[in-house]
Structures are given as structure tokens and as C-alpha cells.
Design a binder for this molecule. Structure first.
Ligand code: OAD
Length: 238
């Protein structure tokens, strides 16, 4: 096991993926439960799918909102919120479920947007609204009448630039980088552990299984994150 000594000044950056929310009941993208009706989640999370069938894609996101609304943060989420009260932590997530925020994490760098955010597919209209369902599928933009769409990043779309910039900077400057519950196959998020490694950080991974980033990790801690992460934090907190 990698011997690591955390002090109150140790700069930690964390990248989380769907696996961190698995124990809360949110299905991962590439594991079991990644299907909705006969569709893979990754087939519907595209601008092309929305252009072809906006109702279908809107229904898929309504389904995901409903599913997440019934989920609570688990011990992995609360551990990361606790960690940020003890150390300078930058929490970067690919998840759109809002469970880090619900666990008390603030200033979360949400690379892929937010399930409860809504924006216009044409103009700059944007809102954050948890009060769903909406009467029409998909609802029209109150400003220009075009389709509203979820404020999430779809395949082929650019990530929010400031969020990405801040994530990149935190990865490059941290002392310890934790990769939690992500298959680390989706770019550019998958680069962040390597940016951290290149900057000299210790790289630790928490996953059920080895991933494409494992060869670069100082240690991969196998097991469910809601068990392994609290145990690691309990053993290492300053
Ligand atoms: P994936 O579904 O690709 O990967 C989930 C990872 O979590 C896998 O490596 C699992 O082994 C691991 N895992 C599952 N349960 C776990 C548990 N209880 N504890 C620890 N690890 C567990 O999800 P992401 O890597 O988040 O993007 O996917 C990245 C992006 O691809 C998503 O943000 C989404 C998707 O398409 C967009 O929609 C733009």
C-alpha cells in the first residue's frame, strides 16, 4: 500500500465518475443498468439524438431526473465533503446527478453539467430548476421558442471552458489526486489524472476493477467507493 502522509496543507484534487453514485442507486453508464428502454445512455446523450428525436431525449432526461430525485448521497459523497473541510480539496466530477452538492460539497467543478439545469438549444437562456415534470416535451424556450434541452454536455460538445480550465489547473498543482469510480475513457476528463501525474502528484484510484488509468496510478484500491474511500480517509486524515 502506498504510504502517504496528509497534512492540513496537502492539496488534493478528486475526479469522480458514475461509480461514486452507484451505491446511491444511480446506474453507471457502461455497467449493468446502463440501458433505458432499449437504448444505451451513451446513444441518447448526443446532439444528433436530440436533433432526430427531441421528445425521446427529453423523456430520457425526465426519467433520469426522476430516478436521481429518489437517491441520496452515500458515504463516498459525504467523505469527500468531509475531506474538503479538513484539506484544500478541488472536487471535479463527471456526474450530473448533484449528489456531491447534496452531500455538502461546495464549488464542485461539474465538467458535464447538471441534470437539473435547462438551457435553450438556440439562444443563451439558461435556468436551474428542480421542479419537474414540465407540461410539454420538450418545452419551448420562453425567450425564443426553440426547444429547451438539459444543461448537460453531450458527446461531441465542448465542456464549459472555465470549469475545465480550473480542473486542469487543480490537477496540475495538487499533491494527491484521487480517481474515484470512473472508467476514465471519456475525454478530456480522462486526461486529468495524467496531468496530475505529470505535475508530480501521487495518484490513487478507487474502483471496483482496474481501468485504463490504473497503470499510471501509485495504487488502485479495489472495492465499492462507499466503503473504500471512507476507510482510506479514516486511515489518512491529518
Ligand atoms: P462509467 O459507467 O464509464 O464507469 C463507471 C466506473 O465506475 C467503472 O469503472 C466501474 O468499474 C466503476 N464502479 C461501478 N460501481 C462502483 C462502486 N460502487 N465503487 C467504485 N467504482 C465503481 O462512468 P463514467 O466514467 O462516469 O458523459 O463515465 C464518464 C462519462 O461517460 C459520463 O460522465 C458520461 C458518460 O457518457 C457524458 O454524458 C458526457
Amino acid at each position: 500500500m502506498t504510504d502517504i502522509a496528509l497534512t492540513p496543507g496537502t492539496r488534493v484534487a478528486v475526479l469522480t465518475g458514475a461509480g461514486v453514485s452507484a451505491a446511491s442507486g444511480v446506474p453507471t453508464f457502461r455497467g449493468e443498468g446502463g440501458l433505458w428502454r432499449e437504448y444505451r445512455a451513451t446513444e441518447l446523450a448526443t446532439p444528433g439524438a436530440f436533433a432526430r428525436d427531441p421528445v425521446l431525449v427529453w423523456e430520457f432526461y425526465e426519467y433520469r431526473r426522476g430516478l436521481v430525485a429518489g437517491c441520496s448521497p452515500n458515504a463516498a459523497h459525504t467523505t469527500l465533503a468531509d475531506m474538503a473541510r479538513a484539506l484544500p480539496v478541488t472536487l471535479i466530477t463527471q456526474n450530473v446527478d448533484g449528489l456531491h452538492q447534496a452531500a455538502g460539497s461546495t464549488d464542485v467543478l461539474a465538467l458535464h453539467g447538471n441534470l437539473y439545469g435547462i438551457k435553450c438549444s438556440r439562444c443563451s437562456y439558461r435556468i436551474y430548476d428542480r421542479s419537474h415534470p414540465l407540461p410539454q416535451l420538450p418545452p419551448p424556450c420562453p425567450r425564443c421558442g426553440a426547444h429547451l434541452r438539459p444543461d448537460v454536455v453531450w458527446f461531441g460538445e465542448a465542456l464549459p471552458q472555465t470549469v475545465l480550465h480550473n480542473a486542469w489547473q487543480a490537477a496540475g498543482e495538487c499533491d494527491v489526486f484521487l480517481v474515484v469510480g470512473t472508467s476514465a475513457v471519456v475525454q478530456p476528463a480522462a486526461q486529468l489524472p495524467l496531468v496530475a501525474k505529470g505535475g508530480g502528484a501521487t495518484l490513487l484510484e478507487f474502483n471496483l476493477e482496474p481501468t485504463s488509468v490504473s497503470p499510471w496510478c501509485d495504487e488502485t484500491i479495489l472495492g465499492p467507493a462507499h466503503e473504500t474511500l471512507p476507510a482510506w480517509w479514516a486511515a489518512h486524515r491529518p
